[in-house]
Design a protein around this ligand. Structure first.
Ligand SMILES: [Zn+2]
Ligand SMILES: [Zn+2]
Length: 259
């Protein structure tokens, strides 16, 4: 299983990165590569064409419906529907309650639902996409929101399974702790800064709170993401480092993690 960071800018695109989007890929026993995209925020469709293939998508999993996580669904369906060589097959989209309405609202067209076929997540109920299993875990954000746990075959040893968890947007909560437990990689947001955002709760994590969850769950690698361009990423890393002693990486567009 491989994770490619398509976009990691927090809350809006930065000069250097699209908003949230992550490509997870793995091969099945026959050698076919399966591709799942987690979130498709503003600008992520460009990054998907650069680092992946927007024509080869097996599923999309959405953490929640804020624009910085879903905006480019509004144009993905155009790329796929009007391909000069013929319309591409529909792609299953898994998301929170309201995903189908959000898609129409964003695209201004109900044709989007012909290319992007929505199924709502059911709490804790896994979705199987080829060799990948996606499990949505409810988290704490001002709208229905999920973290997504993804398990699949290891790239390094295909006979063994590996797991990564993506926090989506969340503050600390039991769901985040569940996501951080027994994972090879925890892709976790850290949009807030200790001391600056202490009054804002139930929305985002600081680097410290992300690190504390990783430490409680004994996550084996932390990748910090969703850092807005007005933050210093080094602050998020230092906050996490103070409470978590495993490896910490700051997400960057095009970064690949082989599990
Ligand atoms: Zn966000
Ligand atoms: Zn959000």
């Amino acid at each position: 299983m491989r994770l490619t960071v398509l976009g990691c800018a927090g809350s809006f695109p930065s000069a250097d990165s699209a908003a949230s989007s992550y490509l997870v890929q793995a091969e099945d026993a026959a050698g076919r590569t399966w591709s799942v995209v987690l979130d498709l925020g503003n600008g992520a469709l460009g990054a998907l064409q650069r680092y992946g293939d927007a024509r080869q998508l097996d599923a999309i999993g959405l953490s929640h419906l804020h624009a910085d996580h879903v905006a480019d669904l509004a144009v993905l369906h155009v790329l796929r529907r009007y391909d000069p060589s013929g319309a591409l097959p529909p792609v299953p989209v898994f998301g929170p309650v309201g995903t189908a309405d959000r898609l129409v609202e964003l695209s201004g067209s109900d044709h989007a639902s012909e290319q992007l076929v929505v199924t709502e997540w059911s709490d804790g109920s896994a979705v199987v996409v080829g060799p990948l299993t996606l499990t949505p875990v409810p988290v704490d954000h001002p709208m229905p929101a999920y973290g997504i746990r993804v398990s699949g075959p290891s790239d390094l040893d295909p006979s063994s399974a590996v797991t990564l968890s993506y926090s989506g947007d969340t503050d600390e909560c039991p769901g985040l702790d569940a996501l951080a437990t027994d994972v090879d990689l925890l892709l976790v947001e850290s949009a807030y800064v200790e001391g600056r955002d202490d009054e804002l709760r139930g929305i985002h994590l600081t680097g410290r709170r992300a690190g504390e969850a990783a430490a409680r769950g004994r996550a084996r690698h932390v990748v910090l993401t969703h850092i807005p361009s007005w933050n210093d990423p080094g602050v998020a890393a230092a906050e996490a480092r103070a409470v978590y002693d495993g490896p910490i990486t700051l997400a960057e567009p095009g970064q690949v993690h082989v599990l």
